[in-house]
Design a protein around this ligand. Structure first.
Ligand SMILES: Cc1cc2nc3c(=O)[nH]c(=O)nc-3n(C[C@H](O)[C@H](O)[C@H](O)COP(=O)(O)OP(=O)(O)OC[C@H]3O[C@@H](n4cnc5c(N)ncnc54)[C@H](O)[C@@H]3O)c2cc1C
Length: 372
């Protein structure tokens, strides 16, 4: 360990009012709402990697809030009230993103969300679900059956297509970068390559041990480390799961446009500049995908390759230019954990799918939970 200078002490390692851990969407939006509410408070956000490295920069960029089969499945597991509460948070979160950033800054595209159905089963619930969604979107037909698009998009063995005009797509990398820049302009200090290893809560504040040559100190700390939270807060009910993605080379005459879901949201794909970005299939190997290893696996990638050529591209097999994985968090319940764990420590974690939309509201909830 090096000694530190008085200049370094004053400029970089001075005691803070609030330190936020993790620069994914949860940490960034938490810092955003905190700084907006308490502009005079001194805030530092630390991130262990040189860029955010979990789920936020490795997802599919869907700006969505729920497909019919996923909503039905969530109602079955969580109940109606909690499911609608979660959808409401996502819907409002998307609104916040669009209020804060112009479309151009984050490549926001109001391309619509779609769901492919291979059976009729869930259609009988469409009217009832739309009634509940009306309280959130204000529209009596949030999700519309539009089977005529099946041919237009060129799908094979798909019986029905549902459309949600409120959904869209964005560039998660640009959103991360724009949010970080905004925070810096608001006066939040961000330090990358700084990993929280341990912390001690004392009467006078929280002492943080990191890889830095000195301990950091704060009045309050917010932990936004999502799937990587167990070492810091072992009592939390969450574990890491992996999501995998592939991206094709440009496909000639690609017919799909929009963000598409299939099978309770376990499969998702979109047209990204005439290339297909396809992800998911975690339900084909739940056990293997219960991991925090940030690498792709042959089982899932082969499944994605097959889905691509069989269902989306009618036998075409374009070159794959990118394959990657990201890590998100799940637990007994799908609802994120946002709570004060002690006098000076709050957490906002356990975001699984649709965290792009959720995080702006999760950040706001974290601020409400804090002892400020
Ligand atoms: C493949 C995939 C596709 C997805 N597609 C979509 C989609 O299309 N739309 C959507 O809405 N959602 C999607 N999601 C979900 C969404 O990406 C996540 O819910 C969301 O990004 C979670 O954000 P987060 O900030 O909570 O977690 P993360 O983005 O994982 O951020 C946590 C951060 O904490 C840092 N960290 C961890 N431990 C420490 C420590 N000890 N000290 C300092 N820093 C630490 C990590 O490096 C990381 O940067 C997808 C997820 C995956 C994996």
């Amino acid at each position: 360990m090096h000694d530190i200078s008085i200049w370094e002490q004053d400029a970089f390692f001075a005691p803070q009012d609030i330190i936020i851990i993790g620069a994914g969407f949860s940490g960034l939006w938490t810092a955003f709402h905190l700084k907006k509410k308490f502009p005079k408070k001194k805030m530092l956000l630390i991130e262990r990697n040189v860029i955010p490295f979990g789920a936020s920069g490795r997802n599919a960029g869907f700006a969505c809030f729920g497909s019919l089969t996923e909503i039905i499945s969530d109602i079955n597991t969580m109940g109606l009230d909690k499911t609608m509460q979660l959808i409401n948070l996502r819907f409002k979160g998307l609104k916040t993103i669009r209020e804060v950033f112009p479309n151009k800054a984050i490549d926001y595209d109001s391309c619509g969300g779609f769901e492919l159905l291979k059976t009729d089963e869930s259609l009988s619930r469409l009217g009832e679900i739309n009634k509940h969604l009306k309280c959130i979107t204000g529209s009596s037909k949030t999700i519309n059956q539009n089977d005529s698009l099946i041919k237009k998009f060129g799908f094979k063995s798909v019986n029905h297509l549902l459309e949600n005009k409120f959904e869209g797509a964005l560039h998660p990398g640009k959103l991360l970068a724009a949010l970080s820049q905004l925070l810096i302009s608001m006066g939040v200090q961000i330090m990358y390559a700084t990993e929280l290893k341990e912390f001690e809560e004392k009467n006078e504040g929280v002492l943080l041990t990191t890889n830095l040559p000195t301990k950091l100190k704060a009045e309050q700390m917010v932990i936004c480390t999502n799937a990587f939270s167990k070492p810091l807060l072992p009592e939390l009910d969450l574990y890491p799961v992996r999501g995998q993605v592939l991206l094709t080379a440009p496909v000639k005459n690609l017919k799909i446009r929009g963000c598409f879901h299939y099978d309770e949201g376990f499969y998702y794909f979109r047209n990204l500049n005439d290339r297909v970005l396809l992800g998911g299939a975690r339900n084909k190997a739940f056990e293997l995908e219960t991991t925090d290893e940030m690498s792709t696996s042959p089982v899932i990638q082969t499944e994605l390759d097959n889905f691509l050529s069989e269902t989306i591209l009618r036998g075409k097999k374009p070159a794959i230019t990118h394959r990657w994985a990201g890590i998100m968090a799940v637990g007994a319940e799908k609802f994120p954990i946002v709570k004060r764990v002690s006098k000076r420590i709050t957490c906002a974690v356990r975001l699984s799918g649709m965290g792009v939309a959720l995080a702006p509201r999760i950040g706001k909830m974290a601020v409400q939970e804090m002892n400020l």
